[in-house]
Design a protein around this ligand. Structure first.
Ligand code: PGA
Length: 231
């Protein structure tokens, strides 16, 4: 199982250094990937688990104040990068086109994109969720060749589940995974949104899940260990 830890905008310098020490105490067979906030990437010294980033610029190196390019990420040992997270779509107005451009930048550097897709509560209620997710994927993979498409990891993260403690029903997750597989039949698919040590037994019933994207839980090593022991 892939388990991605998305620290989001958390952990200052000292907290992150302590966090790294705690990470080193994790013993697991799972494929753990650590995604610190960008400012902490250069302090990541733990070679046990691969490094991921939470965002990348859609621009190449040059006059783009405040941006971090895929070339820079690569030079810090980043192997994976989250793109299209709903928090960036909502707070930074990132579009499907931006996501597509970012994916291309990552692929140019051999970094594996982890494409987040998912619907709002409103889109689920008004039954447009399948359309929304299909468009998020199709726009994100536009102009990519088959090999490039296959290299992407997809993370299904219903927006109403992120940080809320609410998880979808197994059949709802299965329906979306089926939809994703219609477009990307061989890609790995993760589930994200309030996954934790208490609901993992329930989530595990969905057999197609290849792994999890963890936000809140990534910050609590004790609970994370509990979660990992139940996979
Ligand atoms: P959460 O976040 O686990 O805190 O719900 C998941 C995510 O946003 O990737």
């Amino acid at each position: 199982m892939i388990v991605m830890l998305n620290n989001k905008c958390n952990l200052n310098k000292e907290e992150f250094l302590n966090y790294l020490e705690d990470l080193k105490t994790i013993r697991t067979e799972e494929d753990l990937i650590v995604c610190p906030s960008t400012i902490n990437l250069s302090m990541y010294d733990n070679n046990v688990f691969p490094l991921g980033a939470q965002n990348v610029s859609k621009y190449i190196t040059g006059p783009h104040t405040g941006e971090i390019s895929s070339k820079q990420l690569k030079s810090y040992g980043v192997k994976y990068c989250i793109v299209g997270h709903s928090e960036r779509r909502q707070e930074q107005n990132e579009s499907n086109k931006d996501t597509n451009e970012k994916i291309k930048m990552l692929l140019n550097e051999g970094i594996i994109p982890v494409l987040c897709v998912g619907e709002t509560k409103e889109e689920r209620d008004n039954n447009t969720y399948k359309e929304v997710i299909t468009k998020e994927i199709n726009d994100a993979i536009k102009d990519l060749n088959e090999e490039e498409q296959e290299s992407i990891i997809v993370a299904y993260e219903p927006i109403y589940s992120i940080g809320t403690g609410i998880i979808p029903k197994n059949n709802e997750i299965e329906e979306i995974f089926k939809l994703i597989k219609e477009i990307l039949p061989t890609n790995k698919i993760l589930y994200g949104g309030s996954a934790n040590e208490n609901n993992i037994d329930e989530l595990k019933q969905t057999k197609e899940i290849d792994g999890y994207l963890l936000g809140g839980l990534s910050l609590n090593i004790t609970k994370l260990k509990d979660f990992l022991s139940k996979l």
